[in-house]
Ligand binder design. Structure first.
Ligand code: ZN
Length: 287
């Protein structure tokens, strides 16, 4: 009897876990190194049961790549076709849009917002993107000036970054579930700070910015760094952070990622603020 109870309890616990799917297989970044870290971050929280869908390699036929999005509460992209990689087949694109419109969750990590410049709905889903020929036809830049966000339709390229360095993030919505209880300003480990992203920016909410310092080749603007997007009944969390291993081992990256994935999946965050979260001037690493 005790054994049966344990089996039942175990199955209930597993059923309660959030089913997450990470997509990788092509990226101009080292997805072979970073996907295991993203998976570990989710599993360390104890909240997620995480699978990985790896696409055919670059140059191969993509027509067989059809992840079963409906089997998951949240999909995380560590995928980019930047520089001539594979675009998902039309059936997969349609299934992904349908999944999100019906209330699915999606998280785009770093270079996943470089992907698919010509896939219209993907750009609505991610809100802002970079490179791949993006420009004023892709949508506005989002500026934060005088305490307000605005849309800037100035002509110019979408997507750029200066030299990698440690930089501060500043929360612009302290009450958002992803940020609630975390320090307002925190120092991120060495990473690429994307700037000048452009996109449709519909139903886009910037929850944190990072100052892109001209001294490191940046814009002098407070760039959107952590964002949410509403798409149909679906929820999207967009983090520009996570270029490589060093950035992904940052406690600030890990915690905002864990919380962003939970929020995208359920609309809530049950995770407590950890004691090792970085301070305004102190990087914190979980190697
Ligand atoms: Zn990068």
């Amino acid at each position: 009897m005790r054994c049966l109870a344990l089996v039942l309890l175990t199955s209930i616990c597993q059923a309660a876990q959030i089913r997450a799917l990470i997509i990788d297989g092509q990226n101009n970044h080292q997805w072979q190194l970073t996907t295991p870290l993203l998976k570990k971050a989710l599993e360390d929280s104890g909240l997620f049961q995480t699978a990985v869908a790896t696409s055919p390699p670059r140059g191969a036929d993509m027509s067989s790549f059809r992840p079963e999005f409906e089997q998951y509460q949240v999909v995380i992209s560590n995928y980019s076709d930047f520089g001539g990689g594979g675009v998902w087949p039309p059936e997969t694109q349609a299934a992904f849009e349908k999944y999100l419109r019906a209330g699915g969750g999606f998280v785009t990590v770093h270079a996943a917002d470089n992907a698919f410049p010509s896939w219209k709905e993907y750009n609505v889903i991610i809100g802002l993107g970079g490179w791949g020929g993006r420009d004023e036809n892709s949508g506005p830049y989002i500026r934060y000036r005088d305490g307000k966000f605005s849309r800037d339709m100035t002509a110019g390229k979408g997507g750029h970054h200066g030299r990698q360095h440690e930089f501060q993030l500043t929360t612009r919505d302290l009450k958002h579930p992803i940020m609630l209880g975390l320090p307002e300003v925190w120092m991120h480990a060495k990473d690429e700070l994307y700037d000048s992203l452009r996109g449709p920016a519909q139903n886009l909410h910037v929850v944190a910015t990072a100052f892109s310092d001209p001294a490191t080749g940046g814009t002098g603007e407070h760039e959107p760094a952590l964002m949410t997007i509403a798409y149909g009944k679906g929820r999207v969390f967009h983090t520009i952070l996570g270029h490589g291993v060093e950035a992904i081992e940052c406690t600030g990256f890990i915690v905002t990622f864990q919380r962003g994935v939970e929020w995208a999946a359920t609309g809530k965050v049950t995770q407590k603020a950890p004691s090792d979260f970085p301070g305004a001037k102190r990087v914190s690493i979980r190697p």
